[in-house]
Design a protein around this ligand. Structure first.
Ligand code: HXC
Length: 281
């Protein structure tokens, strides 16, 4: 093969990979019935992959799968509470049985509420730690059995910048998400030589229904959130999904144990000495 034909072959492979980076691949996405999870599922399917969306409520999962199939993609659903390690194992085994592989796991399922620490019961603490930290470990541990055996795979966990900055009212969630980051880095080092990589994405305020209801239910709170972002706007779920897709693609094959923050500069623009930084006016 000459250098020119060699280059042509490479280009056409690169073009195909650019158009359908997930062709022949299978992703498991927790919390895939809404928000960032749903957008990421649609994005993975658009990239040619088969998506299995998991979550506690079957109706939103079915809707995500319908949207994917309506657009000509491939999708399946599983009702799953990530707090149940045995159920997680059963779902992963079924996905492996039906599809033969798992190339991507997106740990997007979350349980969250804002509460001052002195109002937080042991049960409230446990609920969030169970969903976010334990659930992420159960899913990662089970999917990794498949990925390590096939010698490839990418795990992406959705966290938030308060995992490293801390934030009032989020002690349970911040501790859980910091744990997910530490887990990601630890397992990235353990599994890099075996083709399995793990990363986190830390989205800032994203225009999803769930977060909106919980965190910016009215005009005032909405404005306060926008004012806290130097970029002056919310992210769309689709743009977060696009970044998630990059971290699942082979283009990011040399990135592992990282966290990619996509927050319009929010955590960098926090107030210091009462002076708002990062945004003029
Ligand atoms: C104080 C609260 C509370 C609140 C629940 N609890 N909400 N305490 N303030 N607002 C306490 C309950 O009183 C109870 O403790 C314990 O938490 C468990 O609550 P349950 O409702 O029984 O648990 P469960 O049904 O398992 O629900 C889990 C959950 C819930 C985490 C509490 O919010 C959930 O499932 N959420 C899933 C969807 C979600 O959170 N989406 C948010 C995405 S937005 P007691 O002692 O009374 O028994 C997002 C953006 C970042 O993540 C958010 C930044 C913070």
């Amino acid at each position: 093969m000459t250098a020119t034909t060699d280059m042509k072959a490479m280009t056409s492979t690169a073009d195909r990979t650019a158009i359908a980076p997930f062709r022949g691949r299978v992703a498991m996405i927790t919390g895939g019935g809404s928000g960032i999870g749903r957008a990421t599922a649609l994005r993975y399917a658009k990239g040619g992959g088969t998506v299995i969306v998991c979550g506690r409520r079957p109706e939103p999962l079915a809707e995500t799968a319908e949207l994917i199939r309506g657009a000509g993609g491939r999708a399946g659903t599983f009702s799953l509470d990530v707090r149940d390690a045995d159920e997680v194992r059963r779902v992963v085994d079924e996905i492996r049985g039906r599809h033969g592989r798992i190339d991507a796991l997106v740990n997007n399922a979350a349980g969250n509420f804002v509460a001052p620490a002195e109002k937080l019961s042991a049960n409230g603490w446990r609920a969030v730690i169970d969903i976010v930290l334990n659930g992420t470990f159960y899913c990662t541990r089970a999917a990794a059995d498949v990925m390590l055996e096939q010698g490839s795979g990418s795990v992406l966990s959705v966290i938030a910048s308060y995992a490293w900055t801390g934030h009032p009212g989020t002690v349970h969630s911040a501790a859980a998400k910091a744990g997910v980051l530490a887990m990601t880095r630890t397992l990235a080092a353990e599994w890099a030589s075996r083709g399995v990589r793990l990363n986190c994405i830390a989205p800032g305020p994203t225009a999803t229904e769930g977060a909106g209801q919980a965190l910016w239910p009215d005009g005032d709170s909405h404005r306060r959130v926008v004012d806290s972002v130097p970029a002056g706007r919310f992210a769309s779920p689709e743009e977060i999904a696009d970044i998630a897709a990059f971290l699942l693609e082979d283009r990011s094959a040399y990135i592992t144990g990282e966290v990619l923050t996509a927050d319009g500069g929010q955590w960098l623009g926090r107030q210091v000495y009462g002076v708002p930084l990062g945004r003029e006016g």
